[in-house]
Design a protein. Structure first.
Length: 284
């Protein structure tokens, strides 16, 4: 990956994290932990990989994205706003009455959302359907989806995995945001999902395990996924609450907003990270 692109992606990711926490604080509710852990995956997809743009949001040949872990939508909304799908100022209306930005993605109200999600386990099935449609009608667009590690405790995920392999949905790439924590604590103690790579492999998927905060690793994995004739899964080892010191690796930040004092600490850290990333890009 060229240095210029890497520095740009780091700057965008820092802004996505900043906007996500601002939105959650103003909403007084939301899911900061998973939004922050999934940020780098979303940043890479929307600002480098996917064929999508705000001025052609309904282009039938655009790539598709499904946030199967729909509660992490503050990060997705922030990415879409930066991308130009709607005004960044709208983000502070998250979860408020009459806002189009509700607690889970809504394809009917939010520009840039390809599938409404929220009930865990269902998003990947929708992604399979979109990929199956592309294959049936000879379309070239690619389909990407992101699941949570706690989410893959759902049986429907494995039905979808079986379906994708059987129908050779080679244009489908799934990311697992493997931060190790869910609302009730350690994923491996609540209901152990490991080894995730071996399980997907047994279902007939091409599997890779990477650092989900390393843009170069993400790019390499996606490139590798495109070379296979199978559906692909990229298990991304991430940090829940990434970027906010007191949220990192703390399951308690799965689904709550910071109070005013905590917000000031988080805001200071995130603003510094953004300014540092911006300066690094400008200085090259």
């Amino acid at each position: 990956m060229q240095k210029e692109k890497l520095l740009y992606l780091k700057e965008v990711a820092a802004k996505v994290r900043l906007l996500s926490v601002e939105a959650i604080f103003n909403a007084k509710s939301g899911h900061p932990g998973g939004s922050l852990s999934v940020t780098d995956i979303l940043t890479y997809l929307y600002f480098d990989k996917m064929n999508v743009s705000a001025d052609k949001k309904n282009d039938p040949n655009r790539d598709r994205f499904v946030l199967s872990k729909g509660h992490a939508c503050p990060a997705l909304y922030s990415a879409l706003a930066i991308k130009g799908y709607f005004d960044e100022k709208s983000l502070v209306t998250l979860r408020k009455k009459d806002s189009f930005l509700q607690g889970h993605p809504d394809m009917h109200r939010i520009p840039g959302i390809d599938m409404s999600t929220g009930s865990l386990g269902q998003g990947i099935s929708a992604a399979c359907g979109i990929a199956a449609s592309a294959k049936t009608f000879g379309k070239d667009y690619k389909v990407y989806t992101v699941l949570g590690d706690g989410e893959i405790q759902e049986g429907q995920v494995w039905e979808a995995a079986m379906f994708a392999a059987h129908y050779k949905l080679d244009k489908l790439t799934a990311f697992v945001d493997y931060n190790g924590l869910q609302i009730d604590g350690d994923v491996h103690q609540v209901m152990n999902v490991a080894p995730v790579d071996e399980k997907f492999k047994a279902f007939g998927w091409h599997t890779q395990v990477i650092d989900g905060h390393d843009f170069e690793a993400i790019e390499k994995a996606v490139s590798e996924a495109e070379k296979t004739d199978k559906p692909s899964v990229i298990i991304c080892k991430t940090v829940k609450g990434k970027g906010v010191s007191f949220m990192e690796n703390d399951a308690g930040w799965h689904g709550k907003a910071p109070n005013a004092e905590q917000y000031e600490v988080a805001l200071a850290e995130l603003k510094k990270a953004y300014e540092d990333a911006k300066e690094a890009r400008i200085n090259g």
